[in-house]
Write a protein that binds this ligand. Structure first.
Ligand SMILES: Nc1nc2c(ncn2[C@@H]2O[C@H](COP(=O)(O)OP(=O)(O)OP(=O)(O)O)[C@@H](O)[C@H]2O)c(=O)[nH]1
Ligand SMILES: [Mg+2]
Length: 218
């Protein structure tokens, strides 16, 4: 028998979604520094991290789609920057991952030119979501990326992803270690899992703040 609600008893409060997805569009891919990119005008945030860290998976989780951004079976495959517009309000850029050992030197420098010119020469870019794998310490390439972002002065959200792969006992220790390695406060780090959806709303809220902040807010 269903329990009758006592008079005045509050209905359970449903969490408010910080980023309701109403409209999504794939805009296209940028292949080289001087090549096509989406028309200027909408604010942009880029997802960055080493190959296979889970950028595309987290982007899909964020927009509540299974396969909007392509998830790679083979690391190091994505070569272009893929752009998606959300709610016709802002653009998310899925960057090709770095640090895959089997990639040729020539392709690595192509990658460097594309990413650096995209990050440096982009008045619409409001910030970067930098992903780290919860299980591993940052690589040399991760630290170089943090240096580049600091050099350009881009606001950065640090996400520790694949958190589902850690036991609850391991988690706190890893977040502390990763925060120390990257020189950020622990509460600046957003633990996420594209598999369980943990952290999705925290990331969405941080992203909305980043997109709505003006440089004077700092
Ligand atoms: N367990 C677990 N697996 C994940 C998570 N996120 C991604 N993966 C898996 O990790 C692999 C790589 O994911 P992608 O999203 O393609 O990674 P990426 O960073 O976009 O890779 P590149 O585009 O090659 O740079 C896939 O097999 C995913 O299913 C996560 O949060 N938890
Ligand atoms: Mg990807």
């Amino acid at each position: 028998m269903t329990k009758l609600k006592a008079q005045g008893e509050a209905a359970p409060v449903k969490a408010v979604d910080p980023l309701v997805i109403r409209h999504l569009d794939f805009l296209g891919g940028m292949v080289e520094a001087a090549g096509w990119r989406p028309p200027a005008g909408m604010p942009e945030v880029a997802f960055s991290g080493r190959s296979n860290v889970g950028k595309s998976s987290l982007l899909n989780r964020l927009v509540r789609r299974k396969a909007f951004a392509r998830v790679s079976k083979t690391p190091g495959r994505t070569r272009e920057i893929n752009f998606f517009s959300v709610n016709k309000e802002f653009v998310l850029a899925d960057l090709p991952g770095y640090g895959y050992a089997k990639v040729s030197k020539e392709r690595k420098s192509e990658w460097g030119r594309l990413i650096e010119s995209y990050l440096r020469d982009n008045p619409d870019l409001r910030g970067v979501v930098q992903l780290l794998d919860a299980r591993h310490d940052p690589t040399e390439d991760d630290l170089k990326m943090f240096d580049l972002l600091a050099d350009i002065g881009l606001p950065t959200l640090v996400v520790v992803t694949k958190i589902d792969k850690l036991s609850s006992r391991e988690r706190a220790g890893r977040v502390t270690t990763l925060a120390a390695c990257c020189g950020v406060a622990e509460d600046q780090i957003i633990p996420c899992s594209a598999v369980t959806g943990e952290g999705r709303d925290d990331l969405a809220a941080a992203l909305v703040l980043l997109l709505t902040a003006t440089p004077d807010d700092e």
